[in-house]
Design a protein around this ligand. Structure first.
Ligand SMILES: NC(=O)c1ccc[n+]([C@@H]2O[C@H](COP(=O)([O-])OP(=O)(O)OC[C@H]3O[C@@H](n4cnc5c(N)ncnc54)[C@H](OP(=O)(O)O)[C@@H]3O)[C@@H](O)[C@H]2O)c1
Length: 159
């Protein structure tokens, strides 16, 4: 299955165009664990800017990591993993999320919405995740955690 995973703060803020550290403007161990648990053993796709922030080599020990460039043959990549039993996770950043939302049907979207008690740093050049309902996805489940809510969307109902 092709899946998308993202964590958003208020107004769907996801990060800064010029990220520092691990790129995230907040700190929630619980949400990082949720991300780990979902992507463990699976295939993760990153854009170049995000790949520069996340600990790629560490991640490669427990999942496949593919850094996309403009020449990546995405249809071939999706086909190659079709019968492997592995999920492919679109892991951002903003450019990559939009690219997939615009060009490929995604089976499931896992959107973590941080609760207000999580401190969010100010972004100089904020990047926002789009409203997936504008792409025809429907909410199928909402799950509450201490620090966030997960909104699960699917292609069910997509036009
Ligand atoms: N909150 C979250 O869950 C989350 C998750 C991931 C990332 N982020 C944040 O997102 C931000 C990074 O997003 P971003 O948009 O600046 O960068 P990005 O999406 O990580 O990477 C964009 C780059 O990927 C390359 N690329 C590969 N395939 C492409 C394609 N098909 N179309 C266009 N470009 C493609 C391009 O590099 P070239 O121009 O060199 O070809 C492009 O500039 C950071 O702040 C990061 O922390 C947040």
């Amino acid at each position: 299955m092709l899946k998308l995973i993202v964590c958003v703060a208020e107004n769907n803020l996801i990060g800064d165009k010029n990220p520092t550290g691990n790129g995230l403007l907040w700190n929630s161990k619980e949400e990082l664990n949720y991300y780990r648990k979902n992507t463990l053993g699976q295939v993760t796709l990153f854009g170049k800017s995000t790949a520069a922030c996340v600990p790629i080599e560490l991640m490669r020990k427990t999942r496949e990591v593919i850094v996309l460039n403009r020449n990546t043959d995405i249809p071939k990549l999706l086909k190659d993993y079709e019968n492997t039993g592995k999920d492919i996770f679109i892991c951002g950043g903003e450019t990559i999320y939009r690219y997939f939302l615009e060009n490929y049907p995604i089976d499931e979207l896992l959107i973590s919405h941080l609760k207000p008690h999580i401190k969010v740093e100010k972004a100089n050049e904020p990047l926002y995740f789009p409203n997936v309902e504008d792409y025809g996805y429907s909410l199928k489940e909402k799950i509450e955690y201490e620090d966030f809510f997960v909104y699960k969307y699917s292609t069910f109902g997509k036009n």
